[in-house]
Design a protein around this ligand. Sequence first.
Ligand code: ADP
Ligand code: MG
Length: 268
Amino acid sequence: ATEVSRPDRPRVLTVANQKGGVGKTTTTVNIAAALAAKGLRVLVVDIDPQGNASTALGIPHHAEVPSIYDVLVEDRSLDSVLQECPDVPGLWCAPATIDLAGAEIELVSLVARESRLARAVQQLMSDRAGEDRFDYVLIDCPPSLGLLTVNAFVAATEVFIPIQCEYYALEGLSQLLRNVDLIRKHLNPALSVSTILLTMYDARTRLSAQVADEVRSHFPDQVLKARIPRSVRISEAPSHAQTVMTYDPTSSGALSYLEAATELARRA
Ligand code: ADP
Ligand code: MG
C-alpha cells in the first residue's frame, strides 16, 4: 500500500455542498475510513440531523446518546461524546441525534452561535490528552447553508466539495463559494476551498466526462485526480452499518476512495 505521512498539524475539513444527495456523507465516511486504514487518526463530526454518517460508521445515535447536539447547545465537551467506530480502529465519530434538528433554531439565541463547534474542536485539540490525538477531522454537513453549516465553516480551515457528475452539478456552486468568501471575510480568515472530488462518475456517459472537464477547467488546483465511480457496493455499504472500505475492500469504490484519500493526504 502507498504510504502517507501524518500532517504537521491536524487538518480540519468541512465536507460541504448545499445540494442534497451529491455524496457528502458517503465521501466523508469513506475518506475518513481510508485515512484510518492508512494508519492516521481520524475524527468524523456528524452535524447533519439525519445522522447518516453516524449510521454508516456503525455508531449508535438514538435520542439518548450524548451527541454533537449536546456539544453545540449544552456546552458539553467534544471529547465526552466521541465513540470509536467498531470496524475501523483509529476512526472516531461525534454522532448526530435527532435533537440536532432543533439546534438550527436553538443556536440563534445563544452566545457565539457561529463558533460553538470551532471552540469545541480547538478545546479537544488543545487538551493534554487530545494533543496529537487526531490527524484529520472531517465534518459532514447538512444540505443547507444554515447555522450548522456556518459552524462547520468556522471550525475548519479547508472546505472539501464533492461534486456529482450529473447535469446541474455546478448549479449552486457559485452560491457555496460566495458563502465561503463571506465566512472568510467575517468569521474565519483561514478558510479556503482546498479540495474537490468528482463522485458518481459514470465512465459510459459523455455527460460525466463533460462535467468532469468543466469542473477541472474551473478548479484546476482543487480537483483530485482520483474520481469516484457510481457503484452499487458504495450505496449498499451503509445499510450494513459499514463503509465500503470494510464492506468490500477490493471493490472499485473502495479503491477509488483510497486513492482519493492518499492524494488528499499528500497535499497536506
Ligand atoms: P449527501 O450526503 O450529499 O446527501 P449521500 O452521500 O447520502 O449524499 O449520497 C446520496 C445517495 O447516493 C446515497 O443513497 C448514497 O448511498 C448514494 N451514493 C453516493 N455515492 C455513490 C456512488 N459513488 N455510487 C453509487 N451511489 C452513491
Ligand atoms: Mg448527507
